[in-house]
Design a protein. Structure first.
Lengths: 198, 225, 157
């Protein structure tokens, strides 16, 4: 679905939700919950924490929806909320006493250690192992990219920013967004393919 | 629209970034240009490769309970807000919250996390309640707000609480002129205090799963959660 | 605005999170400045268990401990730390369970109570204590029991 259409639909849902239409709010939740989870997971790297963030984010959305002015898109607003929650969470985790290494593994507190296998419970061990391997390959492949390319790729593929948002965020022209994104994808594909072949 | 123009628009077309009107034009042009179609396929493959890779790194997760969870939490927060406004001074007892609500929260909480980690309903409910409603107190006989109890053993710290406020999102902070504690999500923090000189102040910090539970109803008046 | 936020997120996400960075800031109740106020704060780290007896080294605290922690009869002393702190000064102590405790003398307030701010493993709290008074922090599991921290604060003269 083109961005414009989606934005219009979101706006309509928001307006209805503000009036108290629960179904509209539910649609917004279901529409974006996976995206929120993906973004949160990308930052906190822990399935339980990411789940908490999903819930926190939508509770916050519900509370502040009347204040949402609509000068940005709903998704941008939601995105900010999610990222802020994740940053707060990371700050609090860093402030707590040094986590015992064993403790961290036991609780799946993989803020720095990446996804742990134990916490999800719905993945088959095989799938989880494959995913872990893929993550390692991807990290390596991402590292081979230039900073600009890595940044735009993550912002687009993980965070789902539109071209316009990318242009605003990175402070570049839309044309530059397109060419940079194209090259980023190309280089990433080349690099990851190389690692996967190993 | 000639082929060169179309080719420059293929990526935004694939990414859904074109205005509907322009997108329609591209579609029309595509039907007449096999070369363009091939290029679109290439672009699509390139993009999907990256997108799939990123999606695949996110663990599978069951999000079906999210909406219900969100609504339950909102209901709990609203209820707690109503309750707390009616309470003055120190005693915010768990009996004040309708037991039904806590049970429901407990069930929902366990449900939501059933795939992720086992959580006993009660502690879970307490954690949620602690999070949303404030730090739960258990203590001995209440004094009226603001009344200070003095005297007795000079070695014991005194406390009186006469205020309660909400801190940052996700935290509840109880502020009085004497004690401030911050509770984080997933943990139950309770301050036990006493207004007689027999019982010292204990700042309890209980984390679910650690095998330490709150002391339950005993002659010193501390009630369990 | 969005840019700064995203940069922060990327930094947070892509960099390895640092280890313990003690930050002792939360809103603290206003303390009245007493010129050159200094407090001696003692912390005793205790292992409390349901069985057992009170360590002889804890004789002075025995009565208070058994009153405060009904259900626990065994208390053994694991560690002790004494610090003499001026206002705003903090002191750190590594505990037996691997956590780090940090406590700070905030100041003396109008009523003569000493304010002590403690941070340990996610709990942050400021307690107001009478000169010479005692308070506890408890509840984190350790071996077959729990850790109890006994704080005593006294104005240095």
């Amino acid at each position: 679905m083109a961005n414009q259409e989606r934005k219009h639909e979101d706006q309509a849902l928001v307006e209805r939700a503000v009036q108290g239409d629960q179904k509209a709010f539910r649609q917004l939740v279901e529409r974006y919950q996976r995206k929120v989870y993906t973004i949160a997971y990308g930052i906190v790297r822990n399935p339980d924490a990411a789940m908490d963030v999903v819930q926190d984010a939508f509770v916050k959305v519900h509370r502040h929806l009347p204040n949402f002015k609509g000068d940005s898109s709903f998704y941008t607003w939601l995105y900010r909320i999610v990222v802020n929650l994740c940053i707060d969470r990371k700050r609090r985790a860093a402030r707590a006493a040094e986590v015992d290494y064993d403790d961290a593994l036991a609780h799946g507190d993989g803020f720095t250690n990446g996804p742990t296998l134990a916490s999800t419970g719905i993945e088959s061990p095989l799938k989880a192992a494959q995913r872990k391997e893929l993550v390692e390959h991807m990290d390596k492949a991402l590292e081979t990219l230039s900073d600009d390319h890595r940044e735009i790729l993550l912002l687009r593929e993980v965070d789902g920013l539109s071209y316009e948002e990318l242009a605003e965020t990175l402070d570049i022209a839309k044309g530059t967004v397109m060419s940079r994104l194209f090259h980023a994808r190309k280089n990433f594909q080349k690099s990851l393919t190389r690692y996967l072949k190993k | 629209m000639n082929c060169n123009e179309v080719k420059t628009l293929l990526m935004p077309f694939h990414d859904g970034e074109l205005d509907p009107a322009v997108a329609a034009e591209v579609e029309t042009a595509l039907s007449g240009c096999p070369e363009c179609q091939v290029e679109l396929e290439e672009l699509s493959r390139l993009h999907t490769f990256a997108a799939d890779a990123f999606t695949a790194t996110v663990p599978e997760v069951d999000l079906s309970g999210v909406y219900d969870g969100v609504m339950a939490r909102i209901a709990a927060e609203d209820a707690a807000e109503a309750t707390s406004n009616a309470i003055e001074g120190v005693r915010v007892q768990r009996e004040d919250a309708a037991p039904g609500l806590i049970d429901r929260i407990g069930t929902w909480f366990s449900e939501l996390f059933r795939l992720q980690r086992p959580v006993t309903a009660f502690v879970a409910a307490a954690a949620v309640a602690a999070l949303v409603a404030g730090v739960w107190f258990s203590g001995s006989q209440s004094t009226s707000p603001g009344e200070r109890v003095d005297g007795g053993d000079p070695g014991i710290a005194k406390i009186d609480n006469n205020g309660k406020r909400r801190g940052r999102e996700g935290e509840v902070s109880v502020t009085s002129s004497r004690v401030e504690a911050i509770a984080d999500k997933g943990e139950v923090k309770v301050i036990t205090f006493d207004d007689s000189d027999d019982e010292p102040i204990v700042l309890w910090h209980v984390v679910e799963g650690e095998g330490v539970s709150m002391p339950n109803g005993s002659s010193n008046g501390t009630k369990g959660l | 605005m969005l840019k700064t936020l995203i940069t922060a997120a990327l930094t947070a996400g892509l960099l390895i999170a640092p280890g313990a960075a003690f930050a002792g800031t939360s809103a603290e109740p206003a303390a009245v400045r007493m010129a050159n106020a200094r407090a001696d704060i003692d912390v005793v780290v205790i292992h409390a268990t349901k069985d057992g007896e009170v360590d002889r080294a804890l004789a002075g605290l025995a009565k208070t401990l058994t009153r405060a922690f009904k259900g626990y009869s065994g208390f053994s002393k694991l560690d002790e730390s004494k610090a003499s702190l001026t206002e705003g000064d903090a002191h750190q102590l590594r505990l037996a369970n691997g956590r780090e405790l940090s406590y700070k003398f905030v100041g003396v307030d109008r009523d003569g109570f000493l304010q002590v701010h403690i941070e340990v493993d996610g709990l942050r709290s400021t307690v107001r204590v009478k000169d010479g008074g005692t308070f506890f922090q408890a509840g984190r599991g350790y071996k077959d029991g729990m850790i109890v921290l006994a704080f005593k604060a006294r104005l240095a003269r």
